[in-house]
Design a protein around this ligand. Structure first.
Ligand code: SF4
Length: 467
């Protein structure tokens, strides 16, 4: 990578070309390089991602109105009942508050919310400016909790105090504060908590149904379609299963310390991982009936899904994909899922992947695959062109880049409206990949990507010299 004109010197250790014979590892779990235009969101946004799906809580943003624009509308998740979470509240801090402090404004906002909504829980998010002026969120939250006999929970998420992952951690602390004591009475059935599913398009419901089919109860999903009351009782489960490792492993570890609940990593992306995860949970229940039911259920579902998936294999075989997603575990599942479809991963990147996850990515991908940590649009464009990827999988921030290059795009994040998890999700996913990558639309545009990619080192060199 040393002669590459696009990758900043400080970014080079975060980019790896998979060379199987070399021991080389990628730099990761660090703050973004200044000036590299990271795709990562701020600490506050990280916290909001995790907490916002709590349906009956009030989400109060203590900061300038701009921070509050990160709402349900751009980060949707589904609810089976309460819709409080679809509204955003802000203290709308102005210049005067920055000079004299914003605590009075926060108190007034809580009073107003209590008058009109009388919720049981209010999450109060700190933003950058609150971290700078030093409003005492903890003290005000305590005062208001006592005054109204509710839970006002501070979320220490000043945007500048780390990266998106620190926001996940701040959200986990807020959730722990909400969780009550473990009940004395032991349950005579096997019950789990499902951590790290935000029910964007009903995924939590699908997994809940699968588990119900095999005889496993779900105590609470954290946080998709969760109520405050359900989260309060999270300490009563026998097992925590973690889907989104990046945001929820910390919570699972803390719950192990607090409630002695063990945790296991699962993945419900793709037929293989879904089957393995259900069988794993069944085995952990130690209940022969559950194990048997899981085996039968998985066999039936895999058979049905594979018949459906077969329809797409011929049409997808030989295509190349670039993956850029939030967490390492999701990227790993996607590599396997694409492999099952006959699609090769030529670029794999994550915003918050861990060292062991990147090792697994290296192991699963072929020689020469580009692996990226906390990348930016310039690098992504460069590698999309260089590898001639047919599809980019990412989130809302990656979509325009793919479309400008004339490359098929799959949203595996928050704008999608259909579930991509479980057996049904695996079929949805293959269908979407086929519809997208084989769409006739590509023949009507002047392609800068896909088959028509032109990679010219001179072009980039000249561009950079002229800056
Ligand atoms: S970086 Fe700071 S100012 Fe910007 S959205 Fe995040 S908290 Fe608000």
């Amino acid at each position: 990578m040393s002669k590459n004109p696009i990758i900043l010197e400080e970014r080079k250790s975060f980019v790896l070309s998979n060379q199987k014979k070399q021991e080389s590892i990628i730099d990761c779990e660090k703050d973004s390089v200044s000036g590299a235009v990271s795709q990562r969101a701020c600490v506050y946004c990280g916290a909001r991602v995790v907490l916002n799906p709590v349906t009956d809580a009030i989400h109060l943003i203590h900061g300038p109105i701009g921070c509050a624009s990160y709402t349900w509308d751009i980060r949707g998740s589904l609810s089976s009942d309460n819709e409080n979470y679809r509204n955003s509240y802000s203290t709308d801090l102005r210049e005067e508050d920055i000079i004299f402090g914003g605590e009075k404004r926060l108190e007034a906002a809580i009073d107003e919310i209590m008058e009109s909504k009388s919720p049981k829980v209010i999450f109060v998010y700190a933003t950058c400016v609150v971290g700078v002026i030093g409003d005492d969120l903890k003290a005000i939250s305590k005062k208001k909790s006592q005054e109204y006999n509710i839970k006002v929970i501070p979320v220490q998420s000043s945007g500048f105090a780390g990266n998106k992952k620190d926001g996940y951690k701040a959200a986990c602390h807020a959730l722990l504060e909400l969780m009550g004591p473990k009940e004395e009475k032991e349950k005579d059935y096997f019950e789990i908590n499902y951590l790290g599913d935000f029910n964007l398009a009903g995924e939590a419901w699908i997994i809940r149904n699968y588990l119900s089919e095999i005889g496993v109860k779900v105590n609470v999903t954290v946080t998709g379609d969760a109520t405050c009351e359900a989260i309060e009782k999270a300490g009563n489960a026998h097992l925590n299963m973690v889907q989104c490792a990046g945001s929820m492993t910390y919570l699972a570890k803390q719950m192990q310390l607090k409630y002695n609940i063990p945790f296991e990593q699962v993945s419900f992306f793709g037929v293989t991982d879904t089957a393995k995860s259900l069988e794993k949970i069944a085995l952990l229940s130690g209940d022969k009936k559950i194990i048997e039911r899981a085996q039968n259920f998985v066999r039936e579902q895999v058979e049905t899904a594979n018949i459906e998936l077969k329809k797409y294999l011929e049409r997808l075989k030989g295509k190349k994909v670039a993956i850029y997603v939030g967490g390492g575990f999701k990227a790993i599942s996607l590599i396997k899922q694409f492999e099952d479809m006959g699609i090769r991963s030529v670029v794999v990147g994550t915003q918050t992947g861990k060292e062991e996850e990147y090792k697994k990515i290296k192991e699963l991908t072929e020689e020469g695959t580009i692996i990226l940590d906390d990348t930016n649009p310039s690098e992504l464009e460069y590698f999309l062109r260089k590898t001639k990827a047919d599809i980019l999988v990412g989130g809302v921030k990656e979509r325009p880049l793919a479309h400008k290059l004339g490359v098929a795009f799959i949203d595996h994040n928050h704008e999608r409206k259909h579930p991509l998890c479980g057996f049904v999700g695996a079929v949805n996913f293959a269908k979407e990949v086929d519809l997208t990558v084989n769409s006739p639309v590509w023949s009507f545009i002047e392609k800068k990507g896909g088959e028509a990619y032109v990679y010219e080192e001179e072009f980039y060199t000249l561009e950079r010299q002229s800056l």
